[in-house]
Ligand binder design. Structure first.
Ligand code: GCW
Length: 677
């Protein structure tokens, strides 16, 4: 989106080529993404190549089409007489981009698809690629949403980039300039909808003034094809409507929600739908009235159905007052326990939104077994771009390699290939709806996420939701060229640091599936292995003087391993066949238990991994410093400051975690590092 000028040699190369000299957009309505595409193409070509191209909407006055960029939909293309295209080869939001010398054609099924095609073309030329192409690109899944956890007061839960761009003092802000810029950013990575408020939702979002405000947000985002949805507070009929009940089967409650929904659609005809967190972490829900979570979801589904909206119903339902003394208690079991028996009861416009792992965005988790347990239900995967457990945006952690371990994971339902990405795309169980939700939490920070480098995660999130088979490193390199320019040493360095970052973070925080040993009670930042036990939140390690790990076996533990399809259940049941990286997720073992791959003891692995991870973090600083002069000073210093912090904090982590387990177990470090200062 920078549209930075290409370096001189590439500009010269471009000037020797036949390039388009005009833009024709086949739509004349102002808020249309097609018109936005025209404006972006003009601005992009101006910035990248220094050429100014006229945009026209009228074919008759357009200059020679063989040297134009033509943007339209399948329908406008054929009605303008360019011939007919095979409409059935286009999915919703999909596009066809053909570059043939000086003639560029961008055609899509719906209007936002053409904007995606325009951004694709601009991405190519921004990276100096002028080659011919004939590309039909369709999304893997229809739902490619982001979630914001913004509160109406203007704070953001788990946001690390300043206050909300949407809300302040209980109201929607007046100046929505940043909101339309955010829509532009989201459209550029093909995100098609946003839920603007926190899942811990304030009912007053549904008052008259705020519905009008939501309308303004939708107006600001519509030109970019980003639809708006909201999180609901389940008790709103009582808290806002004064009904004294929020029983989902009560007729007054049904009427209340139906009327509210109609009111929303009156102001926002293309409203996307609702996101619901119910009966979780103190939020109200249907269980109060002995109704099921499906009763709750279907209540909203019925209200939305006539308008074409959908309900994203979160599977993150669990009891946060668990008894740590109970060996069989396990928060990881909750989602399957709540949702499996409801499979088949959800209406067609309900999608169950499932966090990637069974606990909560930890540095290492197995894929949530819920993906394998509700074949008759639409599902979406919830990922986190905001780095709640991953060092906030003060640590550079490029997350896609973690996401890929889940998306590419084969759950072997009925002993057949069942990749998570095929399940959420709807392919595996033949569902029409499904996809991705990413928690972003941008704020008013000028760089959106509080850190320039953190943006690679949002970029790759959108790209993977479109096509999850893409390579994490290639996505990163595209992003780096678009963000920092084409200098090969910059691309290589950002790539090297980023691709090493998740493994390093796991190494210096928590290993072998023990989770991030962070402060679990408040900040979720910095080391605090002591409070990973004896809390009600169910994030436990069961560490004592001689042993550590959650026993999640069926034979002797919480039974969680048995929630997976047979092949995987058998693999996780045995300590012999569980992969090392998840050993302590599934098994309670002695500190002197030896790992399969390295033959090291668990405790020695802890020590070694923490030293290795912290050491890797030190190398990020020197690697980045070598780029001085190759990245503008402002961004260079900003990134450097954070990398130095990370390098120091990695040592804090290392010493805290190693010291803690050294004290607890009394087992010396073979290399003599731990406990000697
Ligand atoms: O990870 C936890 C967070 C909460 C969050 C919750 C959720 C919005 O610590 O802050 O609440 O998950 O996902 O609902």
């Amino acid at each position: 989106l920078r549209y930075a000028p290409l370096p001189d040699n590439l500009r010269q190369h471009a000037s020797s080529l036949a390039l388009p000299s005009a833009i024709v957009t086949l739509n004349s309505t102002e808020a249309s993404p097609i018109q936005t595409a025209g404006k972006e193409l003009a601005a992009g070509i101006q910035g990248v190549l220094g050429r100014s191209l006229q945009v026209s909407h009228d074919i008759a006055t357009a200059s020679d089409l063989s040297s134009s960029i033509l943007v339209g939909t399948v329908a406008t293309y054929s009605s303008a007489g360019y011939g007919s295209l095979n409409a059935s080869s286009f999915a919703a939001d999909g596009f066809w981009l053909r570059v043939n010398g000086s003639s560029v054609t961008i055609i899509s099924q719906n209007e936002r698809g053409a904007l995606y095609g325009a951004f694709e073309y601009l991405s190519r030329i921004s990276q100096g690629d002028f080659s011919d192409v004939d590309l039909l690109s369709n999304p893997d899944a229809p739902i490619r949403w982001v979630n914001q956890w913004d509160n109406l007061e203007g704070t953001i839960e788990r946001g690390y980039a300043g206050p909300s761009i949407f809300f302040s003092n209980g109201l929607i802000v007046q100046d929505l300039t940043r909101v339309s810029q955010y829509a532009r950013l989201l459209a550029s990575v093909r995100v098609n909808a946003i839920v603007v408020n926190n899942v811990n939702a304030n009912p007053s979002l549904l008052n008259e003034t705020n519905i009008e405000g939501l309308g303004r947000i939708a107006d600001a985002m519509r030109p970019y094809g980003v639809q708006v949805g909201i999180s609901l507070n389940f008790a709103s009929p009582d808290l806002l409507g004064g009904l004294k009940t929020f029983d989902p089967l009560e007729s007054s409650v049904i009427t209340w929600w139906t009327d509210k929904t109609d009111e929303l659609y009156k102001r926002i005809p293309d409203f996307a739908g609702y996101l619901v967190k119910a009966n979780s972490e103190g939020q109200p829900g249907p269980l109060t009235y002995n109704r099921t979570l499906a009763d709750a979801a279907n209540l909203f589904a019925r209200a939305l159905q006539p308008h074409g909206g959908i309900v994203m119903f979160r599977a993150f339902v669990y009891d946060h007052h668990l008894d740590p003394a109970n060996w069989k208690a396990d928060r990881a079991n909750a989602a399957v326990e709540f949702f499996k028996e409801l499979d088949g009861q959800f209406l067609d416009n309900v999608v169950v939104q499932i966090k990637y792992g069974p606990i909560d965005f930890q540095v290492r988790e197995p894929a949530s077994p819920l993906f394998a347990n509700i074949p008759n239900t639409n599902t979406a995967i919830e990922l986190q771009i905001t780095q709640e457990y991953l060092g906030h945006q003060d640590h550079l952690v490029y997350i896609p390699p973690l996401w890929k371990t889940i998306l590419d994971f084969d759950l072997r339902v009925d002993s057949k290939p069942s990749l998570v990405r095929d399940i959420v795309a709807g392919r595996r169980f033949n569902k029409k709806l499904g996809g991705y939700a990413g928690v972003v939490n941008v704020g008013t920070s000028i760089n959106w996420l509080g850190s320039h480098t953190a943006m690679s995660n949002l970029y790759a999130y959108g790209q993977l939701a479109w096509d999850p088979t893409q390579d994490s490193q290639e996505l990163l390199q595209d992003w780096t060229r678009l963000t920092f320019g084409l200098d090969q040493s910059v691309v290589e360095t950002v790539s090297k640091i980023s691709m090493a970052s998740w493994a390093a973070y796991e190494n210096y925080t928590g290993n072998l599936g023990i989770q991030t040993l962070t402060d679990i009670l408040y900040t979720h930042f910095g080391p605090n292995p002591a409070n990973m036990d004896n809390n009600g939140w169910g994030q436990w390690t069961h560490a004592d003087r001689t042993t550590i790990g959650m026993d999640r076996t069926v034979s002797n533990g919480t039974g969680f391993a048995g929630q997976y399809p047979a092949e995987l259940a058998a693999m996780y049941e045995s300590v012999e066949t569980t992969p090392d990286e998840l050993l302590l997720w599934f098994h309670h073992v002695s500190y002197t238990h030896r790992l399969r791959a390295s033959g090291k003891t668990v405790i020695q692995h802890f020590y070694d991994a923490h030293y290795a991870g912290a050491e890797t973090a030190q190398t990020f600083v020197s690697a980045w410093e070598a780029l001085r002069g190759k990245v503008d000073a402002e961004r260079f210093e900003h990134v450097l400051f954070r990398l130095k912090f990370q390098a120091g904090h990695a040592i804090v982590w290392r010493d805290a975690v190693c010291g803690f387990y050294h004290n607890l177990s009394g087992i010396p470090d073979e290399a003599g590092r731990v406990g000697h200062h």
